[in-house]
Design a protein around this ligand. Structure first.
Ligand code: UD1
Length: 419
């Protein structure tokens, strides 16, 4: 099993290019199920979750080929299967995103219930409630969600919680429904907006994306797409935090600064000097130690839960005491125990972790538990004295493209060990 070995203590310097956003790529790939026409997506990062999605689509009869670097071509001429099997869903919860498109296109979809997840309960009840409101008959049979509908009908869907993939599922289903669907308390994440923009290029009628009310008027059929995905704000944020923690100076390119307001604000509060251009962000820490910051996660445009672990790591070596509060997911603090193994001074209190910054951390063997938590362990390893080895890096590979190569390019002493 692959591990990442880091010798800490080098300030990061240089430029790194940001990959396409995982959380936009997955729903956009799934949107190819909505049409029998060819679809092409550029800027696709090489990630485990992307390969899992292609495997899932392939099993459903979508013809897939890899074009030029980072481009995926797809055509779902005829669908061969209506089932997303447990073996794939259990490795990637986002597989639930096939539900809306499949149901809308062929009137039936079977998706395994995702089951246990390391970061809290994460139910899919709101996805189902929305599709039911649109006239779907939904049963749970032998661990599978079985959804059926002649043709979905436009409806008013009020989400109790602004779920990201729930909004995406319902929005995709609504593009082929009969009539107009209004999603209230919709998620406003940039990835939802990117999916909406792609669907619009397919001929979908959508407005209000990026606000909390999205209106979709269904069409009889959609065309294909030729689209480039937006850059990954979480990857960009992670490299900027790495720069801040190591006292370095890093420019991330092919980034979208406007999607990172909350994160950049917190980095400035931590003492970083930030400069932005249209598609780049530079963070200069000038060799200083970061100041502790308080962070509370919230749906977009609030502070992203996917950056929570990285800021917990930053506070571990910051000057002062910081409180990191998680309000989006329960039980998303598995990294705390691991950071403590490096000597971090932090204690959990309900949904918050209180962190007293230390002058130094000391390298140790660590275990990755989930995607973002594992990235934060790598960040901590970059500043810990001596050697840190992060085990179970397959979690990182789900969402970060070549993380060790990109960090090495910035001067980190880091390498991947296999076997
Ligand atoms: C997406 C992102 C993930 C990010 C999360 C929150 C993708 C592929 N993943 O996950 O990286 O951390 O948004 O920004 O885009 N909920 C319900 N019922 C539901 C659905 C969700 O109660 O039917 C709750 C969840 O338990 C959670 C909250 O809503 O407390 C937000 O979850 P959600 O936005 O659905 O997260 P995902 O879409 O799974």
């Amino acid at each position: 099993m692959a591990r990442i070995q880091i010798a800490g203590g080098r300030p990061l310097q240089g430029t790194v290019e940001i990959s396409g956003a995982k959380n936009a790529v997955l729903p956009i790939l799934m949107a190819s199920l909505l049409t029998d026409q060819p679809c092409g997506l550029s800027g696709v990062p090489h990630l485990k979750d992307v390969t899992t999605t292609m495997e899932l689509l392939g099993q459903m009869g979508v013809e897939i080929s890899l074009g030029d670097r980072f481009r995926v071509e797809m055509q779902a001429r005829e669908l061969a299967s209506d089932t997303a099997p447990y073996e794939l869903v259990k490795t990637m919860r986002a597989s639930i995103l096939v539900l809306g498109p499949l149901l809308a296109r062929q009137g039936v979809a079977k998706v395994s219930l995702p089951g246990g997840c390391a970061i809290g309960a994460r139910p899919v009840d709101l996805h189902l409630k929305g599709l039911k409101a649109m006239g779907a008959d939904i049963q749970v049979d032998a661990g599978y969600i079985v959804a059926r509908a002649e043709r979905l009908k436009g409806a008013r869907v009020v989400l109790d919680t602004a779920t990201v993939t729930g909004t995406e599922n319902i929005m995709m289903a609504a593009t082929l429904a009969d009539g107009t669907t209004v999603i209230e308390n919709a998620a406003q994440e940039p990835e939802v907006v990117d999916l909406a923009e792609c669907l619009i290029t397919m001929g979908a009628e959508i407005s209000g994306h990026g606000t909390n009310t999205i209106t979709i008027t269904g069409r009889e059929r959609l065309a294909g797409y030729d689209y480039r995905v937006l850059p990954d704000r979480i990857e960009a944020g992670t490299f900027l935090v790495a720069a801040a923690m190591t006292g370095g100076c890093v420019r991330v390119t092919r980034a979208r600064p406007d999607t990172l307001d909350a994160v950049l604000g917190k980095l400035e509060e931590a003492g970083a000097e930030i400069t932005v251009g249209e598609d780049w962000i530079e963070l200069d820490m000038g060799g200083r130690r970061p100041k502790a910051v308080n962070v509370t996660t919230a749906p977009y445009p609030g502070f992203p839960t996917d950056m929570q672990a990285q800021f917990t790591a930053l506070n571990a070596i910051a000057e002062g005491t910081g409180v990191v509060r998680e309000t989006v997911f329960e039980n998303r603090f598995m990294h705390v125990q691991e950071l403590q193994r490096l000597g971090a001074d932090m204690r959990l209190e309900g949904n918050a972790v209180i962190i007293r910054g230390m002058e130094k951390l000391t390298g140790a063997p660590l275990m990755a538990t989930d995607l973002r938590a594992s990235a934060c362990l790598v960040l901590a390893g970059l500043v810990a004295e001596g050697e840190t080895v992060v085990d179970r890096v397959y979690h990182i590979d789900r969402g970060y493209e070549n993380i060790e190569e990109k960090l090495r390019q910035l001067g980190a002493d880091i390498r991947r060990m296999t076997g």
